[in-house]
Design a binder for this molecule. Structure first.
Ligand code: HXC
Length: 260
């Protein structure tokens, strides 16, 4: 497909790589960029051959936030009536796992975009922050809520109220990212593609069920979450992949999942 603000590639047969490509504005997330991202994710989700997605930006910036120049003259009635930012939620409806490979700035909406993904890998250059307070606003893409769940109240308050950026190392220590990869251009994308390839090699019904139940931990209370997990687990006994996976173990061979 032809996009202006993103590049969609297929580094592995079962892996889609979406690169934010608005370098002059450090990948500021203007509305057309988000529309393209949503369209690409819908296509990826509908493509049975793709098992996982990597989302990345440039070496300098994953994304420097929502587009401030686009937002600056908007009135309350404009943002209300146009349902400003509501379409961001489409990303979290994607069934396939999305791995964010973050180098450089992930600020404001850029940090929130990374947090909407399922797994975050950071390069040592990554800088995460919610600098909206410096613009007279607050996070609007889920940052205050997702961060509070992940890194706790005090750290979230500090980020949201001071606007300070945190380093990749801090983000790792605070549990925001899975890990900081080793130095080197493109390294974080390489490792994210490897991880995506591993995920794509599993039974895709189980993978997507796994994503769904983990996400439920952020929405349901513990009793509801445990019940939901158990029911989804029970449901997987209706799949061929469960029969194949367990038979392969018993027969000491590699499973051949058919995603059915
Ligand atoms: C629009 C942006 C932008 C943004 C950078 N640019 N961030 N344009 N919106 N969020 C543009 C700059 O205006 C500039 O354009 C070009 O990108 C390069 O940026 P510089 O500032 O010259 O680069 P540098 O000096 O290296 O500084 C990098 C930076 C800084 C520290 C990341 O750009 C910065 O502070 N950006 C804003 C970060 C921010 O506040 N993000 C939160 C946005 S609010 P020109 O034309 O001058 O070359 C937000 C709300 C979320 O995200 C709400 C829910 C989604």
């Amino acid at each position: 497909s032809n996009y202006e603000y993103i590049i969609v590639a297929r580094p592995e047969p079962a892996v889609a790589l979406i690169t934010l490509n608005r370098p002059k504005a450090l990948n500021a997330l203007c509305s057309p960029l988000f529309a393209e991202l949503n369209k690409a994710l819908l296509e990826v989700d509908a493509d049975d051959a793709i098992g996982a997605v990597v989302l990345t930006g440039s070496e300098k910036a994953f994304a420097a936030g929502a587009d401030i120049k686009e937002m600056k003259d908007k009135e309350y009635s404009d943002v209300f009536k146009s349902r400003f930012l509501e379409d961001w939620a489409a990303l979290s409806k994607t069934r396939k796992p999305i791995i964010a490979a973050v180098s450089g700035y992930a600020l404001g909406g850029g940090c929130e975009l990374a947090l909407m993904c399922d797994i975050i890998l950071a390069s040592p250059t990554a800088k995460f922050g919610q600098p909206e307070i410096n613009l007279g606003v607050i996070p609007g893409g889920g940052g205050s809520q997702r961060l509070a769940h992940i890194i706790g109240k005090s750290r979230t308050m500090e980020m949201v109220l001071t606007g300070r950026n945190i380093s990749a190392q801090e983000a790792e220590k605070w549990g925001m990212v899975s890990r900081v990869v080793s130095d080197g251009e493109g390294q974080v994308v390489k490792e994210a593609i490897e991880m995506a390839k591993t995920i794509a090699s599993k039974g895709q019904i189980a993978v997507q069920a796994g994503k769904e139940v983990v996400n439920a931990a952020y929405e349901l209370n513990l009793a509801e979450g445990l019940r939901f997990e158990r029911r989804i687990f029970h449901g997987l006994f209706a799949t061929k992949d469960q029969k194949e996976g367990m038979a392969a173990f018993a027969e000491k061979r590699k499973p051949e999942f058919t995603h059915s």
